[in-house]
Ligand binder design. Structure first.
Ligand code: ZN
Length: 330
């Protein structure tokens, strides 16, 4: 395969702090020899493991970027043993536009892996992570939140993997992150995800969902900040004990735990995030907006559990995700 067209403006093998860019050539009307410039920081000191921390994989999710721009600014290399590679906004064009996908090519970066050096901008970003950045890493943390259309309980998560030893290392890292909730996940469709690529390369991989709605809160940013430092301590890159936090273990493995709408209309929630629900309890009603006097359609809990996710905007379309009823795990 041809080499990546992306150039790193810093040397990831050099000791100290370097703030630079991934420079991706992007020729366009307003800049014939222009580039997409994706900020990156490498903090390295001596020999040790490498952590790769990313945010802005989806451009409208903000806890990761806030925590990681902050980490890049404040991490003291004298305290580091090993290396921390920080990319606060992976899909930078999407992040700068405040949208989930890229305004350049409509690319959803977390469905674009492994990517291609010959594709559009989003495919080229994915390819650079696959072939240049992921191979450097021992531990990978990718921040997500719900973006503009979802709201979720604040959780760190790892996936159910075939390699149970690797799976255990991932869940040990989830525990160290210390979010209020810790999730065992199966994806709706794992093909093309950064997560899947990192896991297939044998990395310890942790992801998050830290609320959503296209914004961040003081509370969720504090969770993100504590999690980044905890993971660096867990990996031995930073000295000192993990700041232990209480967490509730949940699972999104059960069949039918994802609710999808078969109706369009106005959403009336019957319970809020974190509510314990019993099987068949109403989760949301969807009301017709076409005419008065119509009975609502009621979506019910598929099993006992806790409401872990919800559709954020007040109106839904057919096919929209309505919510997840997670189950309690240990
Ligand atoms: Zn996301």
């Amino acid at each position: 395969m041809r080499p990546s067209p992306v150039t790193l403006t810093i040397d990831p093998d050099r000791n100290g702090v370097q703030h630079g860019h991934m420079r991706l050539p992007y020729s366009r009307d307003d800049s014939a020899w222009g580039s997409v410039m994706i900020p990156i920081t490498v903090v390295k000191n001596g020999v040790g493991p490498t952590a790769l921390f990313t945010g802005g994989n989806h451009g409208d999710e903000y806890e990761g970027p806030v925590a990681l721009f902050d980490l890049a600014r404040t991490l003291d290399p004298a305290r580091v043993q090993g290396r921390v590679v920080i990319v606060p906004a992976m899909n930078y064009p999407a992040f700068a536009a405040g949208t989930r996908t890229s305004p350049i090519d409509k690319g959803n970066l977390n469905r674009a892996f492994p990517g291609s050096p010959e594709g559009a901008v989003t495919a080229k970003i994915a390819d650079f992570f696959t072939r240049e950045l992921l191979p450097l890493a021992d531990l990978v943390l990718d921040f997500h939140s719900g973006g503009r259309t979802l709201d979720l309980l604040p959780f760190a998560a790892a996936h159910i993997l075939d390699d149970k030893a690797q799976q255990q290392r991932c869940f040990d890292a989830v525990k160290a992150f210390g979010a209020p909730y810790s999730m065992r996940m199966r994806e709706i469709d794992a093909v093309g995800m950064y997560d899947t690529m990192a896991e297939e390369m044998g990395k310890i991989f942790v992801t998050t969902e830290l609320r959503g709605g296209g914004t961040a809160t003081a509370e969720t940013i504090a969770i993100a900040r504590r999690g980044t430092l905890n993971l660096l301590r867990h990996a031995g890159i930073l000295d000192g004990p993990v700041e232990v936090a209480e967490t509730t273990w949940l699972s999104m493995e059960a069949d039918g735990c994802f609710l999808f709408s078969e109706h369009a209309g106005l959403v009336e929630p019957h319970c809020d995030l974190g509510a314990k629900v019993a099987k068949s309890e109403p989760i949301v009603s969807i009301h017709s907006i076409e005419r008065c006097g119509q009975p609502p359609v009621i979506y019910r809990a598929p099993h006992d559990g806790i409401l872990a996710s919800r559709h954020f905007p007040g109106l839904v379309q057919v096919g929209d995700h309505l919510g997840v009823v997670a189950t309690f795990a240990s």
